[in-house]
Design a binder for this molecule. Structure first.
Ligand code: SF4
Ligand code: SF4
Length: 365
C-alpha cells in the first residue's frame, strides 16, 4: 500500500480508501463487516461513510469494534458527513454517527454535498461552520472537511473562505478537467483531497473497450489503469473505491502493488484523449433524481451515456428497454416540462433537459 499525508496534516492515509456506499447486501452484516476488516488487514486505513448510505455506518461500526483493538499500533481513519445546516441538527447527526460506529471521535467530518455557493453560504449563515468548530474544540471531530459537487472554481472559492482541512470531490480519468481547479487550489492551500467515483461511477469498467487508452501496460486492467491515473497524482490523498466484494478490494490492491510512475508525456496524452470525448458523461450520482413529473432522470442519463459512448440511437433504446424497462412508447419519455430542476441539481453540470428532449425525439422517430 502507498500512504500519503492528508493535506498538511500528520495523518498517513492509504491512497486507496474504502467507500462505504456499495456494500453488496447490507442485510448480511457479517459479510459486510468482514469486507471492511479484510481491507484493513490488507493495509487500507481510510474509511468513508455517511448517515444515509443505508446501514453503512452500522456495518462499519461492527467492523470497527474489532479494529479498535489494534487501532493504536495500526491506525485507521474514519470520514463521515452531515447534510444539516442548523447547529443542533449537526450535533445530533454527529452523536448518532459516533454511536452507530462505536467511535469516540470522527477523524474527517464533512459539510456534506454542497451543491452551490448559495448552498454553502446559506449553511454558513445558519451557523453550520461555527458548530463544526465547536465540535472540533470539544474533540468530537479531528478535522473539518467539505464534500462538494460544485465546479472547480466554486470549490476554490469555498476553500479560500474557510480553512477546511480537506475536500471530498468526484474526480476521475473521465471528468478531471471539470474539477482540476479545485484539486489545484486544495494542493496550494495544503488541504487533503479525497476523490469519489474514481472509476466514473462504474462507466470505466463497464466500457473497458472505450477506455482502453488509459492502459499504459499490457498487464493492467482498465480499472487498475483508472486508479493508477489517480495514484500518480501526488495532490490526491485518497481515491475512494466503493467496494462490494472481496475481489474489488483485491483489484484495487493490485493497482497499488504493481504501480509504476506514469510519465508526464503519457499523462498528457491520456488527458488529451479524455478531453476529446469523455467529459460529458453522467456519473450516476443520483442527485438530479427529484423530477416533479416523476421522470427517472439518472436512468435516462445512463442510457444517454450509452448513446454517447456507442454513437447509435439503438444503444440508447436498448439500454432504456432492457436495462431500465422503459419502452420507447413509455409516456414518461414525453413528460418533461423543461423546468430544468434536474439540470440545476446535476453534479456534472450536464444539459440534462436538452438530453431528455433529445431522448424523447429519438424515441418518437
Ligand atoms: S427538466 Fe424535465 S426531467 Fe428535468 S426535472 Fe424538469 S420536468 Fe423533470
Ligand atoms: S445527470 Fe448529473 S446529477 Fe443526474 S445522475 Fe447524472 S451526473 Fe448525477
Amino acid at each position: 500500500m502507498i500512504y500519503r499525508n492528508y493535506g498538511k496534516g500528520t495523518e498517513r492515509v492509504s491512497v486507496i480508501g474504502f467507500g462505504g456506499m456499495r456494500f453488496a447486501d447490507q442485510r448480511n452484516v457479517e459479510a459486510c463487516a468482514g469486507l471492511v476488516r479484510s481491507a484493513y488487514e490488507a493495509g487500507i486505513t481510510y474509511f468513508d461513510t455517511a448517515p444515509n448510505y443505508g446501514k453503512s455506518e452500522e456495518l462499519f461500526g461492527v467492523a470497527f469494534k474489532e479494529m479498535n483493538k489494534t487501532r493504536t499500533e495500526r491506525p485507521f481513519y474514519v470520514a463521515t458527513k452531515s447534510l444539516r445546516a442548523e447547529p443542533s441538527a449537526i450535533r445530533k447527526d454527529l452523536e448518532q454517527s459516533l454511536r452507530r460506529m462505536n467511535l469516540e471521535y470522527i477523524d474527517f467530518y464533512h459539510v456534506w454535498c454542497v451543491m452551490s455557493l448559495q448552498d454553502y453560504y446559506g449553511r454558513k449563515a445558519k451557523g453550520a461552520l461555527q458548530e463544526f468548530e465547536r465540535l472540533h474544540q470539544e474533540g468530537l471531530i479531528r478535522h473539518i472537511c467539505i464534500s462538494s459537487h460544485m465546479k472547480g472554481e466554486e470549490v476554490e472559492t469555498v476553500l479560500q473562505d474557510f480553512p477546511f482541512a480537506g475536500v471530498l470531490l468526484g474526480y476521475s480519468a473521465m471528468n478531471f478537467s471539470y474539477r482540476e481547479k479545485a484539486v489545484e487550489a486544495a494542493a496550494r492551500i495544503g488541504a487533503g483531497v479525497v476523490v469519489m467515483n474514481p472509476l466514473g461511477g462504474g462507466l470505466i469498467p463497464q466500457h473497458a473497450d472505450r477506455f482502453d487508452f488509459l492502459r499504459n501496460r499490457e498487464d493492467e486492467t482498465v480499472v487498475q489503469a483508472g486508479l493508477r491515473f489517480l495514484i500518480n497524482d501526488p495532490r490526491i490523498s485518497v481515491a475512494l473505491v466503493g467496494f462490494s466484494h472481496p475481489q474489488h478490494v483485491q483489484e484495487a490492491l493490485l493497482a497499488v502493488q504493481n504501480y509504476q510512475p506514469i510519465s508526464p508525456d503519457q499523462i498528457a496524452l491520456m488527458q488529451s484523449k479524455i478531453k476529446q470525448g469523455f467529459t460529458e458523461l453522467c456519473t450516476g450520482c443520483g442527485y438530479c433524481d427529484h423530477c416533479p413529473e416523476g421522470i427517472p432522470v439518472p436512468r435516462l442519463m445512463d442510457a444517454y451515456n450509452h448513446y454517447l459512448l456507442k454513437g447509435e440511437k439503438q444503444a440508447l433504446l436498448d439500454r432504456l428497454n432492457w436495462h431500465w424497462s422503459i419502452g420507447k412508447k413509455d409516456p414518461i419519455l414525453q413528460a418533461c416540462t423543461q423546468c430544468r430542476l434536474c439540470e440545476e441539481a446535476c453534479t456534472q453540470h450536464l444539459p440534462t433537459t436538452d438530453r431528455i428532449i433529445e431522448i424523447a425525439d429519438l424515441a418518437r422517430s
